[in-house]
Design a protein around this ligand. Structure first.
Ligand code: ZN
Ligand code: ZN
Length: 221
């Protein structure tokens, strides 16, 4: 949906979510920066960044799988908010390329706000371990923020050169990798931040096993 055709209140919620996300993220980041000296803080951030980023890829896979295979369009709350957009995306994958920044990023920011709000309300971490854990969660929110954008760019014909570079080097979701999900029955390659975990999870048949564990999938619900 083009930005201009969306209900104004929806765009306002998206804008508030993006602003709230940015404010809380900076607040938590500043609090973590006060925990230790600059060198220790930099080392913590460098170690936490890849862990949170990989975690975001895993979270994207679980959420995407739940929308595609577990919940149904008639599931209360999650049906209209989560399931229908993914199912509509399967019918018209290219439409996402025309979504504006707020539409793409609003929901990503909104789902991270409870976590960032919790981190912001906690006491400043008293130990390196706690600071490291919070830094991983902060990094996770970066990955969550990027997920919908990376997914959109994987469906965009002509992306900006920096984006193409990131895709080519696998730092964000590569279009040819994501095509595996759309090329079949939408039953594999669920991770859409970077897709790094897809080969492992698909080889282990992780989501198939999860479906067996939880009972049949809900794609027909
Ligand atoms: Zn897609
Ligand atoms: Zn899907």
């Amino acid at each position: 949906m083009e930005e201009g055709t969306r209900p104004r209140w929806h765009s306002a919620v998206d804008l508030a979510s993006v602003c709230g996300f940015a404010a809380l993220w900076l607040l938590v980041c500043a609090r973590l920066g006060r925990v230790h000296d600059a060198a220790t803080g930099s080392a913590l951030a460098l170690a936490a960044l890849p862990l949170g980023y990989v975690l975001a890829d895993g979270v994207s896979g679980v959420v995407h799988w739940a929308a595609d295979r577990f919940f149904g369009p008639r599931t209360p709350i999650l049906g209209p908010l989560l399931v229908r957009p993914f199912r509509e995306h399967h019918h018209d994958p290219g439409a996402m390329a025309h979504h504006g920044f707020l539409e793409v990023s609003g929901n990503s920011c909104l789902v991270s706000i409870p976590l960032l709000g919790t981190l912001a309300s906690l006491p400043v971490p008293a130990s390196i371990g706690l600071a490291f854990l919070q830094a991983i969660l902060l990094s996770l929110t970066i990955g969550v923020f990027g997920t919908n954008l990376f997914h959109k760019w994987a469906h965009t014909a002509n992306v900006a050169r920096p984006v193409a570079w990131l895709q080519r080097h696998g730092w964000i979701l590569r279009p040819e990798h994501h095509a595996v999900h759309h090329g079949g029955d939408h039953d594999r390659a669920f991770c859409i931040t970077t897709g790094w975990l897809n080969p492992l999870l698909d080889r282990w048949r992780f989501f198939w096993q999860l479906e067996r564990l939880l009972g049949a999938n809900a794609t027909t619900r």
